[in-house]
Design a protein around this ligand. Structure first.
Ligand code: SF4
Ligand code: FES
Length: 258
């Protein structure tokens, strides 16, 4: 395959960025999208040029590290597919591909296609934990969990924290990510002690990070490589409302969560 790439190049966070055009010949349709970028980078290095910076780790769709907007779509044209799982056979011979970073003020560009997703880490740190002692693996039936709740919690836990939902949303909202993280713990018995404080703290942190609010465009669900449902946003909103009305902060030295 021979492709033309328009790639966002930005040498540093404070530097001005611009699109640079690259010719990409001899690309195998069996390569992943990231392998295609590896080949382009090897050629840039051989020419003494700066390779294109992009985030990646597992390259099997489970870590959430990769992320770039490919022809206007976060993670590219295939539904429920991360950029690392996208193969060049999904792209037509001779195509021109525009590649740019997530665009959201809460995800500032670090370099080229790499953005700082520390805002997500801080949302998790605000409440994405349980206080129940975990210890060694408990007996499977020690804490009964209804099958429907277990399945729903598992669906929410599939979120890999990639940020495509933010990139796809016209408001750069992090509601789908936050809702998934609130829900996978809030649906299970072990997550109940902090259920109220968790949703209040994580939503407050989400707002403090400068993510926008949800106005029901549903672009997040469409772009999500793990098909996280917007139903989780509705669930988080219900939890948030209940917690806002009922929550009593835990008193020093003990006390309940209201
Ligand atoms: S909800 Fe989907 S798009 Fe958003 S961070 Fe999680 S996996 Fe990525
Ligand atoms: S590199 Fe891990 S999900 Fe893409």
């Amino acid at each position: 395959m021979r492709l033309t790439l328009h790639v966002w190049r930005q040498p540093a966070a404070a530097a001005e960025g611009r699109f640079v055009t690259y010719d990409a010949p001899e690309i195998s349709p069996d390569m992943s999208f990231l392998e295609m970028l590896d080949v382009v980078n090897e050629r840039l290095i051989l020419k003494g040029e700066d390779p294109i910076a992009f985030d990646h780790d597992c390259r099997e769709g489970i870590c959430g590290t990769c992320g770039m907007v490919i022809n206007g779509a976060p993670h590219g044209p295939r539904r429920a597919t991360t950029a690392c799982q996208l193969h060049m056979r999904s792209i037509k011979e001779g195509d021109t591909i525009t590649i740019e970073p997530w665009r959201a003020s809460a995800f500032p560009v670090v370099k080229d296609l790499v953005v700082n997703r520390g805002g997500f880490d801080r949302i998790i740190a605000a409440g994405g934990f349980i206080s129940a002692p975990t210890g060694s693996a408990p007996d499977g039936n020690a804490i009964p969990v209804p099958k429907a709740d277990a399945d729903l919690a598992m669906d929410a836990a599939a979120c890999i924290g990639c940020g495509a939902c933010v990139a796809a949303c016209p408001n750069a909202s992090a509601m789908l990510f936050t809702a998934a993280k609130v829900s996978h713990l809030g649906l299970l018995p072990q997550g109940q002690p902090e259920r109220e404080s968790r949703v209040l703290a994580m939503v407050a942190q989400m707002d403090a990070e400068g993510f926008g609010t949800c106005t029901n465009h549903y672009e997040c669900e469409a772009a999500c490589p793990k098909s996280i449902s917007v139903e989780f946003i509705a669930r988080m909103n219900r939890d948030y409302l209940k917690a806002s009305l009922a929550h009593r902060p835990r008193a020093a030295g003990g006390g309940g969560t209201g």
